[in-house]
Each structure stands twice: as C-alpha cells, then as structure tokens.
Write a protein that binds this ligand. Sequence first.
Ligand code: PSU
Ligand code: MN
Length: 315
Amino acid sequence: MDRPSPSAPLRLSDEVATALAAGTPVVALESTIIAHGLPRPRNLAVAVELEDLVRAGGAVPATIAVLDGVPHIGLDKDALERIATDGSLRKLGFRELAPAVATGASGATTVSGTAFLAARAGIRVFATGGLGGVHRDWTTSQDESADLGLLARTRITVVCAGVKSILDVPATLERLETLGVAVLGYRTAEFPGFYLTGSGLPLDWTLDDPAQVAEVMRAQDELGGAESALVVANPVPAAEQLDPELHDRVLGEALAAARAAGVTGQAITPFLLAHLTEHTGGASLEANLAAVRGNVRLAAGIAAARAAEQAGRRG
Ligand code: PSU
Ligand code: MN
C-alpha cells in the first residue's frame, strides 16, 4: 500500500493513557508557550503550575511536545524541565511534525502542532493562552498562523483568551468565519483581547457554563461534516488585564522594533511577546499568565463536563 493508515507511535504518559481508556477528563497543554513564549526560569514554574491547575480541576494534564523524534502526550518532570531549559528546541507547528519525527528532532509544539497530536491521541479539550492568527502586515507578508487552518480541520475544543493582540484581530476573526471555526464567548459577548479583557469586537454566541460547552461539542459530533474545532474564548479577568493604554503604547513600539530588526516568520511572535514583557516591566507577562491560568481551569471544567455527558450517554 502506498499510503498506510496513521501509525506513527505517540508516547502517552501512563496517567494520560489510563484516563483516556477510562473516559475520565484530560486536558492537552501546548509546550511552545513554555519553550518560546515565556522567559526563563519562570517558564518551568509556570509549566508545573499549569499542570497542577488541571489536576486541581479534576482532569489529567497532557503537555505535548516532540522529543528525539517521538511525539509525547503527557510529560514527566524531566521532560518538562527539558522543554523549559533546552535552548535548542525547535518550534513545531503541524507541518513541522513529520520532518521532526523522521529526523529525530526535538521541539515544542504550537497550537497547530499540539491540537493535531492531541486529537490523534483522542484528547478533545486543549487550553492555551492566545491563538495565532493574521499578522498586522499580512497584505505584504502573507503571515497567517498555521493555527487557523489546522483548527479548521481538527475536532478539538480549544480554550483561549482570544488571539494574541499583536495580531490583526478583526482579520483573524474574519478568517475563522471563512474557515468555518465556531467561536463561543465564555460569559462574554465580546471577543477577548488576550492581554486585555476585551477587543471591542462582538461575538455571536455566549455560553455560561462548561456543561453548555459540552452540549455544543456533542452537537458538532451529531451534525458531522468537516472536522472543525470549537474555540472557547475566555477573557482575562478585568482586575488582571494589562493597562490598555500601556498595552497600546508598548505594542506600537514592539511592532516598530520588529520591523526595524527585520524579524519575520516563526520568530515574530516570540519577539513581540518578549518585547512586551520587557517594556511593560513584566506586566504583560502577568496578564498573559492570568489569562492562561483561567483558560486551564475552564478547560478542566469543560473536559469534566464532556466526560460526564459521554458517561451519561453510555450508561
Ligand atoms: N499563547 C501564549 N503564548 C504563546 C503562544 C500562545 O500565551 O507563545 C504560541 C502558540 O504556540 C501559538 C504560537 O500557536 O504562539 C503562534 O505562533 P505563530 O504566530 O508563529 O504561528
Ligand atoms: Mn507565521
């Protein structure tokens, strides 16, 4: 046969394998935010904290990365430490997975890489900070994150604080519509602004509790058709958002600095996030972390609601 069915081995941690077999809640977590999105040494503490938050929410964490060519679904302490400290790790989106597996490379997975591997492993719920999307200079650079296209063809629920505000947010929402990816506001009718509670852009759907989200997931499955994702947009609490004036000013400077330095491609998102952290005196980092924490907690709740709904259908 020219093209065998998917068989690349995924290495599941024992607890993830056990939970999936039992139908108990699992939440996928990405590793790019740890390896490339957060400063060291804070990133390792955050990686551990996010896993603890998943557990506190009654779910099993599955942090995803590719190590020595093997996709790992659930990392032990040593592997988490490697993700946080090894400066040579690649940034792996979906398209980078096959080259990484074939060459034995190691890398942290982005939203697109993580969502793909999570879905392959049978994990339905995924938490991150902010999705990638359409960059502000798209008309000349054509830079649109692979996150969007992958979510259009992957059945996963991703909990995020919107898309990173370094992006062209209205254009990204339009692309999600074009691609057929549903976006739900969690207790908000406004699309969140990543570091900011709101983006000023309206959403068509607002849900108020995890069980309702699980109902939408079930409806997606019952309708069938394209295996698209569900984006649950969960704003950072107003008390923990970045000061909007500081945000706008420093972001303007960051975009100018990226242009001046000629930063492009995969490097642009980490560059902008790091610039913001440095020039807000760490305030953007705190807002980013507050957003991620909230997303991880909500994802655990959604995974639990999903597990209960599925158990109810079986039983
Ligand atoms: N969310 C965060 N910090 C991050 C990211 C998300 O709070 O660093 C990462 C995700 O891995 C996302 C990636 O997929 O940024 C987008 O990168 P790009 O624009 O190169 O596709
Ligand atoms: Mn890009």
